[in-house]
Design a protein around this ligand. Structure first.
Ligand code: PMP
Length: 407
């Protein structure tokens, strides 16, 4: 078993001490959102107790503290993603807003009728709908990379879709519905060979594996703070600096300008040009604390431990009669999606909730990929490093008991 002191780790997360329906809470809904360690909760309180101000450094002492905390968090995100510069890190509300920002700024500016966008069949609605809206407005064509029966992208089919008209490839690094880890490096390389830009949706990846945007060489990378043990309402758009600076901002207002007259406005360089108005300062600082926490545990240790848990859980679930796992690619992380014969996914979710187990039952905002497997809904336990084999045992035993109730 990998080197992780599960009891010590669990003690860092206050909510994991909750009781639900008379049972210890078992949080297996990590793909929807993750729980927050004490250090993140305390950091946000500390901000409001000692540093709260708008960020305009020179004005007064608290403004300097708030600015330092906010820009300090930006540097933590830069290091976390291994971006070349803090100028490449834009704070936004979440992955959804980051993708909309790219669609509504770069997409509006650079795409024209007849241009093509390639998405994968695995995408979350957040990486489908903004492109559809843009396509309808501009007359673009969206093409979709198919997946095989295990839920992995078929690279040879992808290559057939690429062509001179391809301007953008936008895809997820990890599927939120199936857990598939896509061959991101190859997808990016092939897109660049075709002359297209690439956006990687890292929403489900950053809490499970090392992110390295320079190695990946993507043009944009997006994630949400709340899925990596940070607060809701804060997220990140990474973009290559030159690309961000040649893109016109989508929102105008305070903070993002160098000079304004009624005739003309000059914008700041990135990241300022994309941060109009007062941002979510406290939660950016909270995200910085979450990254510190992940670094303290070690993302490689997390990756190793979660892989061990995933293998353990997969083995046990495979042996539950009437359970069909959906998403069986060799390269997976965190997510176990399934349907259960004779039970609706809502019934399974409710039965698990009775035992204090939190999972998501539904379409997971990824309807196209579920329909690819002939279902509208799955039960989706999803793991984080504070889960244990004991959590999995209780999940599996509850499912076995449900099964026996129908025999
Ligand atoms: N992409 C993926 C792969 C996701 O799993 C999610 C969240 N479920 C999103 C994008 C959107 O993230 P948010 O709702 O935090 O903006």
């Amino acid at each position: 078993q990998p080197p992780l002191d599960i009891n010590r780790v669990r003690a860092d997360f206050p909510v994991l001490q909750e009781q639900v329906n008379g049972h210890r809470l078992i949080w297996l809904d990590n793909a929807a959102t993750t729980q927050k360690p004490r250090s993140v909760i305390d950091r946000i309180s500390y901000f409001y107790e000692h540093e709260n101000s708008n960020i305009h450094r020179a004005a007064h002492e608290l403004a300097a503290r708030a600015t330092d905390a906010y820009e300090g968090a930006r540097e933590k995100v830069r290091a976390f993603l291994n971006a070349a510069s803090v100028n490449e890190i834009v704070f936004v509300r979440g992955a959804t807003e980051a993708i909309n920002l790219v669609a509504k700024s770069w997409g509006e500016q650079f795409l024209q009728a007849g241009d093509e966008i390639i998405l994968s069949h695995l995408e979350h609605h957040a990486n489908i709908v903004p492109w559809q809206q843009l396509a309808a407005k501009k007359g673009l064509l969206i093409k979709v990379i198919p997946v095989d029966d295990d839920g992995q992208i078929i690279l040879s089919e992808y290559q057939k879709l690429l062509g001179a008209k391809t301007k953008l490839v936008s895809f997820t690094q990890v599927s939120n519905a199936l857990g598939t880890v896509t061959p991101a490096q190859q997808i990016v390389e092939l897109a660049h060979q075709a002359g297209a830009k690439v956006l990687v949706d890292g929403a489900q990846a950053v809490s499970h594996m090392r992110a390295d945007v320079q190695r990946l060489n993507c043009d944009w990378y997006v994630f949400s703070g709340h899925k990596v043990f940070g607060p809701t309402g804060i997220g990140v758009l990474y973009g290559k600096e030159a690309l961000l600076n040649e893109t016109q901002p989508w929102q105008g207002g305070g903070n993002m300008i160098k000079d304004v007259t009624f005739e003309h406005t000059q914008y700041h360089a990135a990241p300022g040009r994309f941060e109009a108005g007062t941002g979510n300062i406290a939660d950016a600082v909270g995200l910085g604390a979450a990254i510190d926490y992940v670094n303290h545990i070690g993302i490689d240790v997390i990756h190793q431990y979660e892989h061990y848990l995933l293998v353990y859980a997969t083995q046990l679930l495979k042996d539950v009669p009437g359970l069909r796992l959906i998403g069986t690619a060799p390269d997976k992380t965190s997510v176990l999606s399934f349907v259960f014969k004779d039970f609706t996914t809502e019934q399974v979710g409710a039965a698990l909730n009775q035992e204090g187990i939190a999972v998501r039952s539904g379409h997971h905002c990824a309807q196209p990929i579920l329909r690819r497997f002939g279902v509208e809904s799955t039960v989706r336990p999803s793991l984080a490093f504070y889960n244990s084999c004991a959590d999995i045992d209780i999940l599996v035993n509850t499912l076995l008991r449900l099964r026996r109730s129908r025999i």
